[in-house]
Design a protein. Structure first.
Length: 209
């Protein structure tokens, strides 16, 4: 299990650049778990946003039918956590993926990678749809804004209380709980224009997309 360094704010957050007027709280939190696998290798190398990838083909129809877009919620890694997280689901229009992926980014500094670890997610909110971008810099700016917005939103109701969801500490399994991505609208909360950064102490990046 990778050791962790507490952070008061996400080190890779940034100014808000996207429209989150479509923010909504999921009617029922989406819960999923699985073993962290290697992805495309883009998260750390190109984006500076390492992700912990789950094999979507083994996670069942509930994930396969999940609406594409950017979500946020809570994560636990082999019993450690909870950690705030932001997650993309879909085909990533910028990279034109040929298959659907689920790519959580844990808002925490890890000193080692965690391939093979049991990752458990409680997804509480939908932020925005996937988008294509004119260039890599625009994509990175959008992701950093997503990090800031997710970080701030998870401190608010009803999301904050779900950090204590029992699923995060349950025995490892690759099953999913029924959930719907078609949820009742919720008013968007406003995040600060920029995130206060915390020193990163990672010697090696976590699992990446």
């Amino acid at each position: 299990m990778a050791s962790t360094t507490p952070a008061a704010a996400p080190a890779n957050g940034g100014p808000i650049v996207e429209d989150y007027s479509g923010l909504r709280v999921l009617d029922e939190p989406f819960r999923v778990s699985g073993e962290v696998v290697k992805g495309f290798g883009r998260g750390s190398k190109e984006l500076g946003i390492p992700t912990a990838n789950l094999p979507i083909e083994s996670l069942g129809a509930a994930v396969d039918s999940l609406e594409s877009g950017v979500y946020f919620g809570w994560a636990a890694l082999s019993g450690k956590g909870p950690f705030k997280m932001v997650m993309s689901v879909g085909w990533n229009p910028y990279y034109k993926n040929s298959k659907k992926t689920i790519e959580p980014h844990l808002l925490h500094t890890f000193e080692e990678d965690f391939y093979g670890e049991d990752l458990r997610l409680v997804v509480t909110g939908y932020m925005r749809p996937e988008k294509d971008y004119a260039g890599l810099d625009e994509l990175i700016a959008a992701i950093r804004g997503d990090v800031t917005f997710a970080w701030e939103s998870l401190d608010k109701a009803p999301h904050a209380a779900l950090a204590a969801d029992p699923f995060l500490s349950a025995a490892a399994s690759a099953t999913t709980a029924p959930a719907s991505a078609t949820t009742a609208p919720a008013s968007a909360t406003t995040a600060p224009a920029s995130a206060t950064t915390a020193p990163a102490s990672a010697e090696a990046p976590p699992a990446d997309a």
